[in-house]
Design a protein around this ligand. Sequence first.
Ligand SMILES: O=C(O)CCC(=O)C(=O)O
Ligand SMILES: [Fe+2]
Length: 366
Amino acid sequence: ASCGEVVEIEYDDVVGGADVTAQVAEAFGPGGYGILAVTGVPASLTAARRELLGLARNLARLPEATLAKYERPDLNYIVGWSRGREKFLGTLDDAKGSFYANAIFDSKSGRKLAAKYPASTATPAWPDADLNANFSGAFKHLSRALYDLSYHVLRRCDYVVDDQLNVKKRWWWWWRRRRIPLAAITHKRSRLHVSRLLHYYPSATGSWCGWHNDNSVVTALVPAMFYDDDDDGRELRGDEVPPDAGLEVFANGEPVKVKLERDDVVFFQIGEAAQVLSGGALVATPHRVVAGTASTHRNISRESFAIFVEPNWDEKLKPPPGRSLPDVYAAAHADALIPPLPTRLPKVPVEFAQFLADSVREYYEA
Ligand SMILES: O=C(O)CCC(=O)C(=O)O
Ligand SMILES: [Fe+2]
């Protein structure tokens, strides 16, 4: 993988309302890596990351019988604990364990919605007692911090979409009245935001997670933490982390490693819902997690956390006025690596939870 320069913006700037549209366009526009780093995040956020990622490790090392209490096979394992259930191009990811929950809103969504979209509306059992820790509190705290930050990034994404679509002046006001900004879709209208805490077990294959797109509008990720399981689970820092291990995005025809030499960072990447809702002006970021030499030299494990900022269950996915579904398909990167969008989204409008279920089926049952 090449090691390009990830576009960085300062936390104080993006939250303070500075005009960072050009940087966001560089990250997410044509030719960009599809990844944006917000740097200089508050110390409380960095501390919350350390606390929760440490708990990820404890959770994943609980006995299998204990972990089984937190599994929801009836919901394709996308609520609560899951290990080795997800397939990428037919290969099971069994070196990955994760815990999914909607940690922003308790899903008291009403019986009708719950029956229609059980996987999107179920609340997990929390493993606080088994971990003897306030796991749910730490999980919710970090989710909220990343969700709040995503609002500021999404406002800038909306400007980028406006520029990209380059609507003729004459039609501008007509168009603006009809288009619904991504910031509003995710922060005014949606209660469906899924967080995922991940533990990657030492991998024998060199892969921790195969190529995929997220279904979200945007995904926020904290920098991962690495541990050496051959050395009493000692945390690896800086140069000790194998340079080829970690997150990669697929950009401009090749894998690009996502790494910064600091941990006061939150990364953002684009999901498929944004690709649809922007008519292809924003393009989902194909990504994977490589174990590399971490797998061949020592037993190294990895902890990470992501929140998928999503449209509401019943939000109708469709391109904005003036753009069509073929525009959305044509914008995709890395077609051969990702289950094709046309088979998961053959027509619009489609309710977001339906699209989610159709995509999950592709990754879990195909
Ligand atoms: O662990 C990571 O850095 C990324 C995880 C990821 O891509 C996912 O869970 O969708
Ligand atoms: Fe992902």
